[in-house]
Ligand binder design. Structure first.
Ligand code: NAP
Length: 198
């Protein structure tokens, strides 16, 4: 398969790139990293990126961020960070990418445990993760040409110790478990699934 990994140089993405490269052709994309550049907050940039990428069988997104901060001081501008990046960035990868992906291809997005197990200062990411999950449940019914879509929802990953203080009482998940979630989506047959890695 020809697999594009957006965020393929990040903490999770680089492990996905290593794993899928063993069996597939992998193209790494990122804002500044990788062989293809894309800013997922810009639909124009995504359109250009797909034109440059050529035909592909799987698009994996391990990119997109949001705002972490107390509710009391959170502003509209703060909240829109997650909406523009992790939410609309990933949704636009699908809305635009559905015109470029090969028949029987797959999209795999990333949400996270905060949709169901919240932390303080996490209202933006809890909301965005829930919305990404909801998008996938519905989009799976309508994608044409047997194209599948799933989302992997990781817990805080053992490779991100800088995040542990924000997740008191959470058990970090192994990167192997997280990678297996993406393998299930890309190489398996599941569709419309929220694949929990926590
Ligand atoms: N790490 C965790 O414990 C954890 C747990 C649950 C969920 N998640 C989710 O998993 C995803 C990846 O997390 P991570 O920890 O691997 O992040 P990371 O180490 O910060 O890596 C993010 C990657 O995404 C790319 N990226 C960021 N913004 C982009 C944009 N606007 N357009 C295109 N590419 C962009 C970056 O590329 P450049 O460097 O080139 O900009 C980088 O390769 C995020 O959605 C995160 O919320 C992570």
């Amino acid at each position: 398969m020809r697999i594009i990994i957006v965020g393929g140089s990040g903490t999770i993405g680089k492990k996905l790139s290593e794993e899928f490269s063993k069996r597939h052709e992998v193209i790494i994309a990122g804002r500044n990293s990788g062989s293809l550049h894309v800013d997922i907050t810009s639909p124009e940039s995504i359109e250009k990126f797909y034109q440059q990428a050529g035909p592909f069988d799987a698009l994996v997104s391990a990119a997109g961020g949001g705002h972490v901060g107390p509710l009391k001081t959170m502003t509209d501008t703060d909240f829109r960070k997650g909406v523009d990046s992790k939410l609309m960035g990933q949704i636009n990868l699908v809305l635009i990418g559905q015109r470029y992906i090969n028949p029987k291809g797959s999209f795999t997005l990333t949400s996270g445990i905060l949709s169901e197990d919240p932390i303080a200062a996490g209202a933006n990411l809890s909301s965005v993760n829930s919305a990404v999950n909801g998008f996938v449940l519905s989009a799976a019914m309508e994608l044409e040409n047997s194209v599948r879509i799933n989302v992997v929802s990781p817990g805080v990953v053992e490779d991100s110790p800088q995040l542990f203080p924000f997740f008191p009482g959470h058990t970090p998940v192994s990167m192997k478990q997280v990678v297996r979630g993406y393998i299930k989506s890309v190489e398996g047959a599941v569709n419309g699934q929220i694949i929990k890695a926590h």
